[in-house]
Design a binder for this molecule. Structure first.
Ligand SMILES: Cc1cc2nc3c(=O)[nH]c(=O)nc-3n(C[C@H](O)[C@H](O)[C@H](O)COP(=O)(O)OP(=O)(O)OC[C@H]3O[C@@H](n4cnc5c(N)ncnc54)[C@H](O)[C@@H]3O)c2cc1C
Ligand SMILES: *[C@@H]1O[C@H](CO)[C@@H](O)[C@H](O)[C@H]1NC(C)=O
Ligand SMILES: *[C@@H]1O[C@H](CO)[C@@H](O)[C@H](O)[C@H]1NC(C)=O
Ligand SMILES: *[C@@H]1O[C@H](CO)[C@@H](O)[C@H](O)[C@H]1NC(C)=O
Ligand SMILES: *[C@@H]1O[C@H](CO)[C@@H](O)[C@H](O)[C@H]1NC(C)=O
Ligand SMILES: *[C@@H]1O[C@H](CO)[C@@H](O)[C@H](O)[C@H]1NC(C)=O
Length: 571
């Protein structure tokens, strides 16, 4: 190569070095050991700015070992409520493990030596907006990987990241009820404003005292102002009132610039669009969410549980269930229908929980009787629980805690109403369930939380994928394993939805069905379409406006395809 060809190259190299004020290596976020990583003094300054709220993060196992007892009790270990207060704790314990780090960095309950795994390096336990702003600015100025967590409930592990600074929002516990929430001079009526440290159980409990109810899911400790509403937020009362995100009136949010913004139908309405369904963790740090409340009412809640003696029997009862899937439409009822293992019975069970508004006990029973009659005719199926009760809706939805701490991943599809209207739907459901269980699905989690008002809300302008508006149910295939599994087995489990379960589920959903981004697989090949449908291009524009440097990156979230799986380096 002659000097002539070299010169322009040298010139180009020099230019690229000069043109940006930032160091050349900002392709990657700074990790410990990198020249740009803050020194102890810088961390100390941040700590002073956030009122001493900066703490090193350790995996939950290490946290337990630091307790006076030297370990967590079984109750603490499995409690969503307990874990939600601890920076390094995830509800699905596999997301604390750094399986994909080189070498893998692990910390199991009985590990003698623990790595840092996937948990952050430091956490700001934020107490006010200024703390959040300081942490966001510190991460931006120092080119750090940022993670945001409220409860740590995330089923995709999006609230933790290795080498990151975490903003933990558990202390934002304010709740404000109003009869008239005003946006742009218009009175939008009865509403509740909550911080991300407020759990669904708080919403159900406190709204009862006000004679109100809000749309919320079947969990005690999920945070509505955290990931729940940003993803969509489904509930057994969604057929009555729409998705959680359909009922949001306003968010307050600290964006990447450090500014505190209001997002509603008149201010920053593009950001408001994105925050309702555009995916958890991609937009900034939500400080509060305001959503509608409705007068509460009485409801019938029932639990039916059947022991099934084989995968074929589980498939058969699921098929019978599909035949009766429209039975609750007249009252816009909601239902969970799970195939889950029973520890006592050591078999799978088919478990149904149904909520119907304003029905008497007799009416509630009558709605399920045709299903029950058919179910009892299925070979290999035995009814083991049958409970019907009347509750104020708040008490029907309230959960004192969530029992978690499994190793678990999942994949899912929104099942179109059309799929259940086909004449062969019960046979297809039976086949799909049997095949999923035969292919190692540890649980099949069905939620009848769409139709009704969810469909009627199709004209709301938000990032909710249109797939929600034509769906009847959301069905999840979960894979569960024990700590004793080998790393190669674990890697097979982590990819099982893509390698096996998806093709089976698509026999029911069809090839182009969407999925709910909060209950889904991080390895979705085309997550852009599957989670966000036609909204993805618009979401990337909104992202470019409010987060031009991709400070807020989560797995399978907007712009994540431009980053490695750790969100550390641009690809
Ligand atoms: C037992 C269980 C039951 C569930 N039931 C339902 C249900 O009935 N209906 C339903 O729709 N979903 C349900 N989910 C899913 C739930 O909606 C998601 O897990 C949701 O992401 C949890 O949000 P979180 O803030 O509580 O969790 P986190 O793990 O704290 O956060 C989840 C995501 O939101 C981001 N995030 C958290 N806080 C903030 C914030 N303040 N600002 C910006 N981003 C933030 C995180 O970065 C992460 O990406 C359930 C989950 C579990 C584990
Ligand atoms: C931050 O300050 C508090 C209070 O002074 C202290 O307890 C804590 O250890 C400090 N955090 C770090 C990471 O040094
Ligand atoms: C619910 O039922 C109880 C007892 O039957 C009754 O006192 C109460 O008024 C009902 N509440 C609503 C909201 O209808
Ligand atoms: C329940 O019934 C009451 C009284 O008829 C009615 O005002 C209310 O709208 C009903 N609520 C629902 C969710 O159907
Ligand atoms: C959507 O349609 C319903 C009735 O079909 C109407 O009440 C509501 O105002 C509409 N919403 C929007 C955002 O257009
Ligand atoms: C840890 O526990 C698992 C069962 O959960 C067991 O298989 C494994 O051998 C244990 N490992 C150690 C180091 O004790």
């Amino acid at each position: 190569m002659g000097l002539k060809t070299l010169l322009p190259l040298i010139f180009l190299l020099a230019l690229s070095g000069l043109s940006s004020g930032k160091p050349l290596n900002n392709k990657c976020r700074n990790a410990p050991g990198d020249a740009g990583f803050p020194d102890d003094k810088a961390w100390q300054t941040l700590n002073e700015t956030v009122g001493g709220g900066l703490a090193p993060v350790v995996p939950f196992v290490q946290f337990c070992r630091s307790l006076p007892a030297g370990e967590c009790t079984e109750a603490q270990w499995t409690s969503g409520l307990f874990r939600s207060g601890i920076a390094g704790a995830m509800d699905m314990v596999n997301f604390e493990q750094g399986y994909d780090l080189t070498p893998p960095s692990l910390c199991f309950r009985n590990s003698t030596v623990c790595g840092q795994g996937n948990v952050p390096l430091y956490a700001v336990e934020a107490e006010n907006v200024a703390d959040v702003q300081a942490a966001v600015k510190f991460a931006a100025d120092n080119n750090l990987r940022l993670a945001v967590k409220s409860s740590g409930h995330d089923l995709l592990g999006r609230s933790t990241a290795p080498n990151s600074l975490l903003i933990h929002m558990a202390k934002f516990r304010d709740m404000v009820f109003t009869d008239s929430f005003v946006v742009g001079g218009e009175d939008l009526g009865s509403a509740l404003t909550v911080g991300p440290g407020v759990h669904l159980q708080d919403v159900f409990k406190e709204s009862k005292a006000h004679g109100k109810i809000a749309v919320g899911g079947s969990a005690g400790t999920v945070s509505p102002a955290g990931g729940y509403l940003q993803g969509a937020g489904h509930s057994v009362i969604s057929p009555l009132f729409g998705l959680g995100a359909d009922n949001v009136l306003e968010f307050q949010i600290v964006v990447a610039s450090g500014e505190l913004l209001k997002a509603n139908s008149v201010e920053n309405s593009d950001l408001f669009f994105a925050l309702r369904g555009g995916g958890a963790g991609s937009w900034g740090v939500v400080i509060s969410a305001t959503f509608r409340t409705f007068p509460n009412f009485n409801a019938t809640q029932s639990v039916l549980q059947f022991a099934v003696d084989s995968n074929a029997a589980a498939g058969a009862i699921a098929g019978v269930h599909a035949k009766h899937i429209f039975a609750l439409d007249a009252v816009r009822g909601g239902q969970y229908f799970f195939v889950i293992p029973s520890a006592e019975l050591k078999t799978q069970t088919f478990w149904l929980q149904t909520v119907t508004a304003n029905t008497t006990l007799e009416e509630g029973k009558a709605l399920l009787q045709p299903f029950l009659d058919d179910a009892l005719k299925v070979e290999g199926v035995t009814l083991i629980v049958k409970e019907f009760e009347q509750y104020v809706i708040n008490d029907a939805l309230y959960r004192a805690d969530d029992t978690i701490a499994e190793n678990s991943v999942m994949g899912s599809r929104l099942i179109p109403t059309e799929a259940y209207q086909r004449e062969d739907a019960p046979a297809v459901v039976e086949k799909v369930y049997t095949e999923l269980l035969d292919a190692g699905a540890g649980a099949i989690i069905g939620s009848l939380v769409a139709g009704g008002q969810v469909s009627a809300n199709a004209n709301i302008s938000s990032a909710i994928t249109p797939a929600w508006r034509t769906a009847k149910t959301h069905v999840i295939a979960a894979t569960i394993w024990e700590d004793s599994a080998s790393l190669s087995e674990i890697n097979t489990y982590r990819h099982l939805f893509q390698t096996s379960h998806l093709a089976i589920l698509e026999q029911l959903s069809g090839p182009n069905a969407g999925a709910y981004s909060n209950e889904a697989d991080i390895y979705e090949a085309d997550f852009q379409t599957t989670f966000f449908g036609p909204n993805y291009a618009k979401l990337t524009e909104i992202k470019a406006k409010y987060d031009p440097d991709d400070l807020f990156i989560v797995a399978a979230g907007v712009n994540s395809e431009k980053w490695d799986e750790f969100g550390m380096c641009r690809v």
